[in-house]
Design a protein around this ligand. Sequence first.
Ligand code: HEM
Ligand code: HEM
Length: 299
Amino acid sequence: MRRKTTWVRGSALLLLTAALGVVGWCVIFGVRAVLSTDVLEAFLAAYPGEAPLPEGTAEGIPAFVSWTHFLNAFFLVLIIRSGLRYRFEKRAGGLWTSRRVKKRRMSLALWTHIGVDLLWLANGIVFVVLLFASGHWVRVVPTTWEIVPNAISAGLQYVSLDWPTHHSWVNYNALQQLSYFAIVFLAAPVAALTGWRLSTFWPTTLNRFFPGSAAKALHWPTMLFFVAFVVVHVFLVLTTGALRNLDAMYAGRDSATWVGFWVFAASALAMVVGWFAVRRDDWISRLAKLFGDVRMMKR
Ligand code: HEM
Ligand code: HEM
């Protein structure tokens, strides 16, 4: 009996995969056929996929972007790991209590989460201030409505698997620009605001303006949005000229040498170490004791 159901399930899965393959194939070649018509060829020529930048925009990735981008990714790994730990641990490894406000008490996982959040926020504020001070903001914030047809154009090119060739050193394509704008100016503030609401640092006098249930309902999907962004972002970075993209972001140079790759590899190693460090209550408690009282729980 069991063998039969496994067999039926296996065939159903195979059929479904084949069906999805055929649908995918039809969509890709359907879009390709449409793109080769005169109308769409003219559309792609008028809107190649990247919106024009204001005149005089400087080329390049400034050093502050490289630094804050690395720190952002590093802190985000710790934030996600500690958030997940807080959500899924059955029993806290230790409890941290503020010396100033005795009611302020939390598990070491949540203490780690909120501690790294503060570092992440400080880094984000430095990034945004320098973004506007340096003029680099026009690369990340859309400045013309031409972003809309160009985003449609880039989207069609992605679906047709004939990806828009981009040169990140000079300009991002419209979908890249929109997604960078969304992660910096929408997702990050939503994560911070909902997180602050859920924390013991939120002033209760403001409760009626922002119910805790709304914050709880939003905080988790925001994390999922971050994870989805990072998966697609890193996939595209690695499949659209990895060495050139990594050289631009991690070494601040317009070339395709291995320097950027090795800097990136070192940063990835730091992230892996950070991922495992979030589980080490012995390390975390030492740090947490500097800011309050810690009581370790028996496992
Ligand atoms: C300033 C920024 C942030 C603050 C102050 C903050 C604060 C908090 C607090 C207080 C909780 C506990 C919620 C509860 O008691 O139910 C929490 C949970 C969590 N946070 Fe954050 N957070 C921030 C940013 C982020 C970011 C950027 C992510 C991920 C990208 C994230 C992921 C999570 C996850 C996965 C949980 C567990 C959610 C759950 O239990 O449903 N947080 N955060
Ligand atoms: C460790 C994994 C990551 C790698 C390898 C990576 C790589 C890159 C590269 C190469 C660029 C330049 C654009 C391009 O060539 O496509 C870039 C830009 C950018 N990335 Fe990432 N990234 C990573 C993680 C993240 C994370 C976690 C975020 C945010 C949650 C992020 C947000 C951005 C933003 C906003 C830009 C535009 C920066 C600007 O010009 O001001 N990246 N990234």
